[in-house]
Design a protein around this ligand. Structure first.
Ligand code: FE2
Ligand code: FE2
Length: 309
């Protein structure tokens, strides 16, 4: 019997720029530090999983600042990259390109192995539990995909995983979280070929859990024999992280998931008010500016789960 206890953090968007996230001043870093302090106080926490967008403007200074903050964390951590973790944009000449940025965030990668679609990995997270990290970044836009070479690699890793319980982590969710994801622009929140990846995973019943971020929304769904967990942004409303306990060795794989927040009432209100002002809220529902906030916060069933898969 193996029990693994880990935290899932995503979309931290540490920045020095006066962008939307920058308008919060030091609040994002305060929320990250508070989260790390809460995690450090959990005696049996095995690791932390971070599913991308740890910075916002992709500058060297942002990455170094994020690394300094993360250095407080006492447990090992795993990282899959998001679309903000390095990019090329003439409007942001000080942004590090994807390969350089990701290699600077996670030294297990080098610039030669951290390029778009290349920063993937397969690691033993604990006895009988395999963590597969995918790199869903695209060079064309902020949408996601798993390209042919990585897809082939994923299939071979799943073939080799035997009876291990497999956890797949990637920045972009594999399936639409909402009907709006079928629309232009909103489809960028989802992995373009997520349906193909799911069809592949369907052949491997040992793949029990898919964990993602990017949509900045809380959602938990059973799909096939798997649980798909999308976690809201740590430093934007609803300011959350998850604790996940996976136990193997009995009948199936027992999973317990809970949601936590580093934000006090004041910090949450700042984030909520900012969200109501954001254009994404108006676009989501022009008649009801609070609808997007409700969607990203999720319902009761999106906050926790306990069951056997
Ligand atoms: Fe993000
Ligand atoms: Fe993202």
């Amino acid at each position: 019997m193996t029990t693994l206890h880990f935290a899932h953090l995503t979309d931290i968007h540490i920045t020095h720029k006066q962008t939307w996230w920058g308008s919060m001043g030091e609040l994002p870093e305060r929320l990250l530090v508070e989260t790390i302090d809460q995690l450090n106080a959990i005696p049996d926490l095995d690791f932390v999983l971070i599913t991308g967008d740890v910075i916002d403007g992709s500058t060297e200074a942002e990455i170094d600042h994020f690394n300094d903050l993360l250095a407080r964390l006492k447990t090992p951590w795993h990282f899959v990259p998001g679309n903000h973790d390095g990019f090329i944009d003439p409007a942001h000449p000080d942004a590090l390109p994807p390969a350089e940025a990701v290699a600077r965030i996670d030294r297990r990668f080098t610039p030669a192995t951290a390029g778009i679609q290349q920063a993937y990995f397969s690691r033993e997270a604990g006895a009988g539990v395999r963590l597969i990290g995918l790199d869903s970044r695209r060079s064309e836009d902020w949408s996601g995909e798993i390209g042919p070479a990585q897809f082939e690699w994923l299939e071979s890793e799943l073939d080799a995983s035997g009876d291990d319980c497999v956890i797949v982590a990637l920045h972009h969710p594999l399936h639409n979280l909402d009907a709006i994801n079928t629309r232009e622009w909103w489809s960028n929140f989802i992995c373009d070929n997520g349906a193909e990846v799911e069809a592949l995973l369907d052949h491997y019943p040992q793949a029990k859990l898919v964990i993602s971020g990017h949509h900045h929304a809380q959602q938990i769904r059973r799909r096939g024999g798997r649980l798909h967990v999308c976690t809201g942004a740590l430093t934007g409303y609803p300011c959350v992280y998850r604790l996940i306990r996976v136990s193997t060795g009995g009948e199936g794989c027992h999973m317990a998931i809970s949601t936590h927040s580093p934000a006090d009432e004041e910090a949450l209100k700042i984030n909520y008010d900012l969200m109501l002002e954001a254009s994404v809220s108006r676009d989501y529902n022009p008649e009801d500016g609070t609808a997007w906030a409700r969607f990203v916060a999720g319902e009761d069933g999106d906050q926790s789960f306990e069951g056997v898969l």
